[in-house]
Design a protein around this ligand. Structure first.
Ligand code: G3H
Length: 478
């Protein structure tokens, strides 16, 4: 009935005093795979206390030593790639190869963060006063970056390991302590990853991982007075968190409706390959997935044919077999996706494949001739369903992209680089990719959403900076 896992607090693995657990249902078998502790608010308080005291000592630990420990954790994580990937397969039905890639990418991310951290945090600034009117050179100002305190990290189900370490690494190198609240699906993968930090020998309490029900500890964690920064990736919950959180820095990434604008001169084979990768990898369950194709009418038929041919080659089935399309994360997610499909059907979209679903497994589907009155034109399915809207001008494409509440990424395909840059400038998204599908990585690139897609900018460098404050000391000369 599922292995039961302990939570991690004060350097120890513990059972919750609640005596309750939360079940993690395998998306493929739809049976309970694992159970994690349903932690109580009292246990959260304890975690916060030890995070606070561990942080004080950690901030005084030399930067090179913090980096050394992170490098160690990265190496251990990579050594554990097989068992962690196994958890990802069972908890979130990520295809086998992608599951391994997620862990390896996470190890690389931690190492890069350690290297970047020693450079960024190893430098400060020196200012003199006589550049500002009315001042003599009687004040010297020294700046350095100091930690914020306790960082609360809340990653989403789709990258439970990678989007956890993209918060943990920057927080720790900058001298913060870290409290991790994993998503339910992905919690065991997170616990395994945290175990690697445990093995690396980080001080007690510096990193902890509390599992449990959002209804019991969700608000309690995000509104906890001991939290000095929240880094969240996920859905609408982020909007609610931003309204409830105190006066602390927030880093949020809340999804997208990334548009793919295809011009008449585009290399259609390249576009089709990127639509498959961008729209259907991990069954469309990526915030940076292509979520609407906006193609010029004159090349639309040709593009649809090319995409159809490639969709036909996608392997649909269980993640263990490394299929391209695997079951979506929960039954409710599958039901939501189905609702969007039925709405599009009712309103007359052209189905390029037959709609097919077995349990949480939904076959890839391209919907042609989608119109703005269909929900799928605007909503984020987080599944293998891709709408295509035919446009008669580039302006029409830009208009649709900018009419979205989201503004994460977008992409434009054309051989005319000047046009592409102008379109990029006109698109209200945090990033525009020219001639490739949207993507967060490489992980040191800035990553940010406009509008409802988020607050702040991520990527290794920006996250390290965001998790620090500037401290100045002014020497006043006689
Ligand atoms: O789901 C949101 C992730 O930040 C997307 O990352 O572009 O590497 O798939 P990715």
């Amino acid at each position: 009935d599922g292995d039961v896992y302990k939570y991690y607090s004060d350097g120890d693995w513990k059972k919750s005093s609640s005596g309750k657990t939360v079940a993690i249902v395998n998306p493929t078998t739809r049976k309970t795979q694992y159970k994690v502790q349903a932690c109580t608010q009292e246990e959260v308080n304890k975690v916060m206390e030890s995070a606070k005291s561990a942080q004080k000592a950690w901030a005084k630990t030399p930067l090179w030593k913090r980096a050394e420990l992170l490098h160690k954790a990265a190496a251990i994580l990579k050594e554990h790639k097989a068992p962690i990937a196994q958890c990802l397969i069972k908890e979130i039905a990520k295809p086998a190869k992608d599951s391994v890639t997620e862990v390896v990418r996470s190890g690389d991310l931690i190492s890069y963060t350690a290297e970047e951290g020693v450079r960024i945090l190893g430098e400060g600034k020196f200012l003199v006063s006589d550049s500002f009117p009315g001042n003599d050179r009687t004040k010297y100002c020294l700046t350095s970056k100091i930690p914020l305190g306790v960082v609360l990290a809340i990653p989403p189900f789709n990258y439970p390991v990678n989007l956890a370490v993209s918060k943990i690494g920057p927080a720790l190198i900058a001298g913060n302590s870290l409290v991790l609240k994993p998503p339910t699906q992905g919690a065991v993968s997170c616990l395994h990853m945290v175990h690697c930090f445990h093995l690396a020998g980080f001080p007690k309490g510096l990193i902890s991982c509390v599992t449990g029900k959002g209804s019991e500890i969700g608000d309690f964690l995000t509104m906890h007075p001991g939290v000095n920064c929240i880094s969240f990736t996920g859905g609408d919950t982020g909007i609610a968190i931003s309204k409830k959180a105190g006066m602390i820095p927030l880093q949020m990434e809340l999804g997208g409706k990334d548009a793919c604008i295809v011009l008449e001169d585009a290399d259609l084979d390249l576009v089709a390959a990127n639509i498959i990768k961008g729209g259907f990898s991990y069954s469309g369950q990526r915030c940076t997935a292509i979520k609407v194709v906006l193609v010029m009418e004159s090349v639309a038929d040709a593009l649809v044919e090319k995409v159809k041919a490639r969709v036909a080659k996608l392997r649909v089935g269980p993640p263990e077999n490394d299929c391209d399309i695997t079951p979506v994360v929960t039954e409710s997610s599958a039901n939501f996706i189905e609702g969007l499909v039925l709405d599009a059907k009712e309103k007359g979209a052209t189905f390029c494949q037959q709609y097919k679903r077995e349990g949480n497994l939904i076959w890839p589907l391209l919907l042609d001739n989608v119109r703005p009155d269909m929900r799928i034109a605007w909503e984020e399915p987080f599944g293998p369903i891709l709408p295509l809207i035919r446009i008669n001008s580039v302006e029409e494409g830009i208009y649709h992209c900018n009419a979205s509440n989201f503004g994460l990424q977008g992409c434009v395909f054309t051989k005319d680089i000047n046009k592409a840059v102008l379109i990029s400038d006109a698109m209200e998204t945090g990033t525009v990719q020219i001639n490739s599908a949207p993507a967060r990585g490489p992980d040191h690139f800035p990553f940010q959403g406009l509008k409802e897609s988020g607050i702040g900018s991520q990527g290794i460098t920006n996250s390290i900076n965001m998790m620090t404050k500037v401290k100045t000391t002014v020497i006043n000369l006689p």
